[in-house]
Design a protein around this ligand. Sequence first.
Ligand code: PSU
Ligand code: MN
Length: 319
Amino acid sequence: VSMRTCDVFTERSGVKAANAIPGWLTVSEEVRAALGPGRPVVALESTLIAHGLPWPTNLETARESEDAVRAGGAVPATIAVLNGVPTVGLSGPQLETLAQTPGVRKASRRDLGAAVALRQAAATTVSATMALAHAAGVRVFATGGLGGAHRGDEPFDISADLAELARTPVLVVCAGAKSLLHLPRTLELLETLGVPVVGYRTDAFPTFYVRDHAPPLPVSARVESPSEAAELFRAHVRMGGAGVVLAQPCPADVAVPPREFMEWLGEAEKAARVLGISGAEVTPFLLAQIAEWSGGRTLTANRALIVANARLAAEVAAG
Ligand code: PSU
Ligand code: MN
């Protein structure tokens, strides 16, 4: 099976027809029409819409990302669970509803079955989006920043994104991992899990909307072009590997200076402790607090990097 699905990415042969899509998965007409003949498709996630960014920046970012994918020569496929139905390729109105509805579940990989059985709406994280993209035969996925190992030892918290990268052959284009994490630990875990961390025109692992981590963190490989990235991914999967991280630095003009960021993060972590925030709520809470304290600067950067990643992902998928 994995050899076959791999063909979608390697050849435009039409080997994998749309009818290989499982019955439990709803795939939009447009995405189906692209997947059939093997035209490039880029998956986009929905947690950053429902939980990562506030209204109306969330909807604007989602639309701009889809536009960026099209401009890069691919078809966008935003992924979520709608009333218990895993869906690849949200329509405009579906996207808008997701962006506006409060209380949508945040689903990582383990929550997908519950969302289906309980007929819930769920926004998918990187891990759940990878799982559904893979089921549809979509090989390339763009997001903002990966989850990873959180700072401190208590509460213990490691994102399901890392485990999913270890098992699911999807290329994840991102701005590295979120700057609010324990980044050296996150990178060590990715190595342990056999996940290549590839810098796009950089030797230093990008850290979300903060560009410069001191000291610089190493990537496991560097590529200079979308086609090199695609070739590395194909080689990795051919030899039995699964997920690959393609990390592109945040656009320099909007990146947040590290010193200021660390102050905001310290305050946000304090607030999280006082309020007893834990589990899946931690990341959205910290992002929202930091956005507030930064006067919206982190939102500008977050949006810009998501759109830039969508564009790059399209070029890789089309390449
Ligand atoms: N990128 C962003 N904003 C986000 C996310 C990514 O720019 O909110 C989301 C992704 O869905 C990622 C999740 O999987 O944050 C990580 O959540 P957690 O730390 O709970 O695993
Ligand atoms: Mn967690």
